[in-house]
Design a binder for this molecule. Structure first.
Ligand SMILES: [Fe+2]
Length: 246
């Protein structure tokens, strides 16, 4: 079994196209998409169009849910922009995506955690706003009851894999399209990946063990930074241009 895992495209269709081209170059035909396809000051319409055209196993992200289920007043500005860009058919497709999925009977897929689509799994935030790896006890507690030996999540945009003490693996492939963001929960913090490259993972089962390769794909990130600037999101523009929010 060999497949690509990706997530958190956030309307960045150029990054998605670059990742899909890289996946094809690797000879991989199966893709798991971990959600947050839309929302972001970019192009939700083109992104959803690409995703709907490929045969990926998809789960829904918290922002996909905000865009389809929240009122315009409740939405963050990036959700509202995505909402204005999406067709009725694209909205319906996003709304119908499952919260979680089992891929090929062996891989548990979810956007954030099994209980909530807006909770960090392998990371924690201090009251001072420092993002760090969570302790193994809290990571394992969220994995209780999952029988699959490989667990995939996204949401935090940090590419990471953690091996649980019972041998199960949790993998976050990082973010295809959002190399940085600011959030307010559980405490105000800034997340910066440190590179503008598009991130995803290639996963292969070899002799009963999971082999994970994190990929970073260069693409025309300046074009996406310019689009974010045009849509008046300077934090996104900075992250897309450099991997940092300054
Ligand atoms: Fe998310």
């Amino acid at each position: 079994m060999r497949f690509a895992a990706l997530g958190c495209v956030h309307g960045n269709y150029l990054a998605l196209e670059a990742v899909l081209a890289d996946i094809k170059t690797q000879g991989i035909t199966e893709i798991v998409n971990l959600g947050d396809m839309v929302s972001g000051p970019l192009d939700a319409n083109r992104t959803a169009g690409i995703m709907m055209g490929i045969n990926a196993t998809c789960v829904r992200g918290n922002h996909d849910r905000y865009v389809t289920d929240w009122t315009l007043d409740e939405m963050y500005p990036s959700d509202r922009l995505a909402h204005s860009q999406l067709t009725a058919a694209q909205m319906e497709w996003l709304r119908a995506l499952p919260f979680s999925a089992i891929y090929r009977d062996e891989v548990y897929c979810v956007h954030a955690t099994p209980d909530d689509d807006n909770t960090y799994w392998m990371e924690a935030v201090t009251p001072e706003g420092v993002v760090h790896m969570a302790d193994i006890e809290s990571i394992e507690a969220k994995a209780a009851g999952i029988a699959e030996s490989l667990i995939l999540c996204a949401h935090t945009h940090i590419a990471r894999s953690v091996r649980l003490r019972d041998g199960r693996m949790i993998v976050n492939p990082g973010s295809v399209g959002g190399p940085g963001y600011r959030d307010v929960a559980p405490y105000p913090h800034t997340l910066e990946v440190g590179t503008p490259n598009a991130c995803y993972a290639i996963i292969e089962k070899r002799e009963g063990r999971w082999d994970v390769t994190f990929r970073q794909v260069p693409y025309d990130h300046e074009a996406m930074a310019a689009l974010a600037r045009k849509n008046e999101s300077l934090a996104w523009a900075s992250a897309l241009a450099t991997g940092w929010i300054r």
